[in-house]
Design a protein. Structure first.
Length: 251
């Protein structure tokens, strides 16, 4: 717990979640709008179907994601969203470097941040496809989909850590990804129980702003999983090293 507060993990999580909200979500919307005419309807339907939302919540989500259909504005949105997402990756890299106690990425390695952004978009697409395969196809398919999600999450976490903190030992990367996978699985269960009620209640009371609160809460929880996982691993490794040193000292 001491390292959690020393590294200001909660404060950094709020900052990263806020930046993810204004970076990754608009980028997803812009990407969707490239392939479909009404991205707001697609986003509202996708989120609504996933969490089983009522009509009021779906309407609020559609209003939240509505945007002008002008090509010039869309390309400007792409540029701004990419720059913001790139900034998010660099910020996350610095937090990871503090947790693992390594040197942050130099500016010459900035391309890693762009690859990380692309990796997150690929993960979103793959997880969305896997979840769609699960609907109405029985328990066996649902189990296969869950296993597939865990594999995708683990692979993306390992690749992401290798991109943002390449000097960290691979055993620490694998352990962090495994812990994050367990945390994300728990987060998924929590979101399945929490998000439908929260989104519907917030939408009924506050409209699109209420939906923003609920989505930000989910993003904050996800960021905490990302950061607490390597913190647990590095703290445990340090504790084991101290315990081993103490045993050798006694001998």
């Amino acid at each position: 717990m001491r390292r959690f507060f020393d590294l200001e993990i909660l404060d950094r999580s709020f900052g990263l979640a806020a930046q993810a909200f204004v970076a990754l979500l608009p980028l997803v919307i812009v990407v969707v709008s490239v392939f479909v005419t009404d991205s707001a309807d697609v986003m509202a339907q996708s989120i609504g179907d996933r969490f089983g939302l009522d009509d009021a919540a779906r309407t609020s989500i559609r209003v939240l994601f509505e945007h002008p259909g002008v090509a010039a504005i869309s390309w400007l949105a792409v540029l701004i969203s990419l720059l913001s997402a790139f900034s998010l990756s660099r910020r996350l890299s610095r937090v990871y470097a503090a947790i693992f106690e390594v040197t942050p990425l130099p500016r010459s390695q900035g391309w890693r941040g762009l690859v990380w952004v692309a990796l997150q978009l690929v993960m979103l697409i793959l997880t969305s496809v896997l979840r769609d395969l699960r609907d109405g196809r029985g328990a066996a398919v649902a189990v296969v989909v869950v296993i597939g999600l865990l594999v995708v999450w683990f692979a993306v976490d390992v690749a992401g850590l290798r991109l943002l903190v390449p000097t960290v030992a691979i055993r620490l990367v694998l352990a962090s990804a495994a812990v994050a996978n367990a945390g994300r699985f728990g987060l998924g269960i929590w979101a399945y129980a929490y998000m439908p009620k929260s989104l519907s209640a917030q939408a009924a009371q506050y409209g699109p702003i209420g939906v923003t609160f609920a989505i930000f809460t989910y993003l904050l929880a996800a960021v905490l999983v990302y950061l607490v996982a390597p913190l647990i691993v590095t703290t445990w490794v340090a504790w084991r090293a101290e315990a081993k040193a103490g045993e050798l000292g006694v001998e």
